[in-house]
Design a protein around this ligand. Structure first.
Ligand code: KG4
Ligand code: ZN
Length: 350
């Protein structure tokens, strides 16, 4: 079984073909980073236009790379939400059209479920597993019970973790996307220099013990920058006034407190008597090796194995979309051609 998957929900146009033996036969990603970099974030309309411009050619390249023709594909899968709706529509319409023309099933994929299941493609992880989904748009702790069955145990009440990395990078004048830049600079910094707050941690409300909040942390970083520069924060002038050493120390101290928060939240998870062997980290922030090691230290004391897919499969890609297609089609699950694109689509309703 071979599935062609399309990902267009944010700023990557990606096409991949994956088979049911877990071979990635093609894996193409066209990043729009250059397009959005000068704005410090993704501009939805520009993203959608760029998806339209390149998608057809990427689909043909994916087939060529895999040495396949359209008739060899068993189903066409596309991210159908959640995401920037213009982009989602572009990818989903392409997959529906191919499905209709070649009389093959169309599979509507939830982008979050795709991140969640990647570890089953790369590391053969069995259900149930604990899942930390940390991306540019999400920050959740989930129990992955089965395909299509996810129980949310906690989530952010404000910013996503990736978004927080991106905003802090922006305040420091680092390039977009901010996560990799913050991780790199943090390696040179003193992680104990700044004592940033851990929002929600002291709140003993038992309904929120696994929830996250990052907006206060972001504000604390801004205040620290104001103390260092001696003036009110401005995106235009402040980054240039912070020394390289101060920037590195802020990144390192920020990452340390983030790990501290994640570990604290995970420690409150109630496994409800389930035998869980793995903690899977998914989403773009799962590419962060510092966070990975911190989680490994924590998990080692609890007989849990931490699994993060290889970096190129942590950030947005289409192999993860094809893989959900494989898992669904293996169970006879596919969608109708009138499936509506969804800007919002919770994983626990996927
Ligand atoms: O999953 P993803 O590619 O897109 C979404 O679906 O959101 O995640 C992108 C996010 C960005 O916020 C980016 O800064 C962050 O993942 N990211 C990282 C790293 N690599 C990417 N954050 C921290 N450390 C990294 N190494
Ligand atoms: Zn993503």
């Amino acid at each position: 079984m071979k599935i062609l998957g399309i990902e267009t929900s944010c700023d990557e146009t990606a096409v991949a073909i994956v088979d049911d033996q877990k071979n990635i036969l093609s894996h193409i990603i066209n990043s729009q980073i250059d397009l959005h970099q000068k704005f410090g974030g993704v501009v939805p309309e520009l993203a959608a236009r760029s998806h339209i411009e390149v998608l057809d050619e990427l689909i043909l390249r994916a087939l060529k790379e895999a040495n396949l023709e359209f008739k060899d594909i068993d189903a066409f899968a596309a991210t159908s939400g959640p995401g920037l709706i213009g982009g989602v529509i572009v990818g989903m319409m392409a997959a529906k059209t191919l499905a209709s023309v070649f009389k093959k099933p169309f599979i509507a994929v939830n982008h979050l479920e795709a991140h969640a299941l990647t570890a089953r493609l790369t590391n053969n992880v069995e259900f149930p597993y604990l899942l930390l989904l940390i991306s540019g748009g999400h920050c959740q702790i989930l129990m992955a019970n089965d395909l299509g069955s996810y129980q949310k145990l906690g989530e952010t009440i404000d910013d996503a973790l990736g978004e927080c990395f991106d905003k802090i990078a922006q305040m420091l004048g680092l390039p977009y996307p901010g996560g990799p830049a913050v991780e790199k600079l943090a390696k040179e910094g003193d992680e104990k220099r700044f004592n940033f707050p851990r929002p929600l941690i002291d709140l003993k409300d038992k309904n929120h013990l696994c929830d996250f909040s990052f907006s206060g942390l972001k504000t604390a970083v801004r205040r620290e920058i104001e103390k260092l520069t001696g003036e009110e924060f401005s995106h235009f002038t402040s980054p240039q006034k912070i020394s390289a050493k101060d920037k590195a120390d802020i990144c390192a101290s920020f990452q340390r407190v983030v790990c501290n928060i994640i570990v604290n939240r995970l420690s409150h998870v109630d496994l409800q008597g389930k035998t869980v062997k793995n903690l899977v980290i998914a989403g773009g922030v799962a590419a962060n090796r510092y966070i990975f090691s911190a989680l490994q230290n924590w998990a080692n004391q609890r007989d849990l194995t931490v699994i993060a897919p290889p970096i190129k499969l942590c950030t947005d890609n289409a192999a993860m979309i094809s893989w959900v297609g494989v898992e669904k089609l293996q169970r006879g699950i596919f969608d109708q051609l009138n499936f509506k694109p969804k800007a919002r689509w919770e994983i626990d309703t996927a």
